[in-house]
Design a protein around this ligand. Structure first.
Ligand SMILES: Nc1ncnc2c1ncn2[C@@H]1O[C@H](COP(=O)(O)OP(=O)(O)OP(=O)(O)O)[C@@H](O)[C@H]1O
Length: 308
């Protein structure tokens, strides 16, 4: 068994701020025969690199970046049989870092590095999506459909403002131009339901976008996925709803629906726009109408704080 630890860093995370953090960490933990630094060079590169590093033999693989980086590393590792997957660590240096937050991984990079090197190993669930194109992908934090996904897609085109204003303008555009409920037929762990939803978020973690507590009751270690659905409401009500989702108090809204599952099949009367962990899975040109989502309990071993 290799004793090598690799830190796989996305220097582009958090608008390239991750790069300076990596330089600081490299000073306090210089490369040795046991610790290696590898940097991504382009989007989705971490999938290839994680697969390659684990195939060559590595005891621990630390994902340094945001939720997108964790997503890519997990997709690389899931191509290998469980016994070949190294223990993972996370140094959360992205803008949202939502899975790391749900796992109580410290936000301070030095503390996170210490935990990734020496913390307790725990098993963490992930999830898988399969669609009617025969395409599959693993995800770790949230999968958003409808409003949630369109806001994400639109936010990438907004260049004239920064920070939370990007979300604000993107949500505004989505409410104005994409206020289309999806007629969904679902099979949730063998039980059938149907509904008209403006948004559906499937959750392994509790939070997304750094600020939206979509499933405060969820846990990435309970073997299940949670969901939040928002039924057909007016545009004005949609604005009213956003602060509730930010505070995780949306349970009290009559048009919010929730549940927990291991397997979910969905058929939609409209194309599905989907993000997985904040990465676009199906954009505005999507033709996907059918997906199957499955929780994969304890798929990844990870260094996490003892109490979690
Ligand atoms: N070297 C690179 N150059 C450009 N983009 C990259 C590079 N490496 C990775 N990426 C892309 O950067 C994007 C953002 O990464 P990541 O999600 O880790 O950071 P973030 O968006 O700041 O954080 P969060 O997802 O937690 O909000 C991902 O889509 C990833 O594919």
């Amino acid at each position: 068994m290799s004793s090598k630890t690799v830190i796989l860093c996305n220097p582009h995370a958090n608008q390239t701020k991750a790069s300076a953090v990596a330089a600081r960490l490299q000073e306090i933990s210089p490369p040795s025969s046991h610790l290696e630094w590898v940097f991504t060079a382009y989007p989705r590169h971490a999938i290839e690199l994680a697969h390659q590093i684990a195939t060559q033999g590595c005891h621990k693989l630390i994902a340094m970046g945001g939720d997108g980086t964790v997503h890519e590393v997990v997709n690389g590792l899931m191509q290998l049989p469980p016994e070949q997957r190294p223990v993972m660590g996370i140094i959360p240096v992205g803008s949202g870092n939502d899975l790391a937050g749900s796992l109580s991984i410290p936000t301070d990079p030095v503390e996170a590095l210490k935990l990734a090197l020496d913390g307790t190993v725990g098993e963490v669930d992930i999830a898988r999506i399969e669609d009617d194109r025969g395409h599959t992908e693993y995800w770790t934090n949230t999968l958003g459909i409808g409003f949630d996904a369109v806001v994400n897609i639109r936010s990438r085109r907004i260049r004239w403002v920064r920070g939370f204003l990007i979300y604000f303008f993107s949500a505004l555009q989505t409410i104005l131009f994409n206020h289309t409920p999806l007629g969904l037929q679902a099979v949730q762990d063998g039980k059938h339901w149907q509904d008209r939803l403006l948004m559906l978020v499937l959750c392994n973690g509790r939070r997304e976008g750094g600020a939206f507590w979509v499933a405060p009751q969820a846990s990435p270690r309970d073997g299940k996925l949670d969901y939040l659905g928002i039924r057909q409401i007016s545009r004005l009500q949609m604005f009213y709803t956003i602060p509730f989702v930010m505070q995780g108090t949306h349970q009290r809204l009559s048009y919010a629906c929730h549940g927990r599952f291991q397997n979910l099949e969905l058929v939609s009367d409209h194309p599905l726009y989907i993000h997985t962990d904040g990465e676009i899975y199906a954009g505005l040109d999507s033709t996907i109408r059918q997906i199957r989502v499955q929780a994969i309990p304890a798929a990844i071993r990870m260094n996490i704080p003892k109490s979690d």
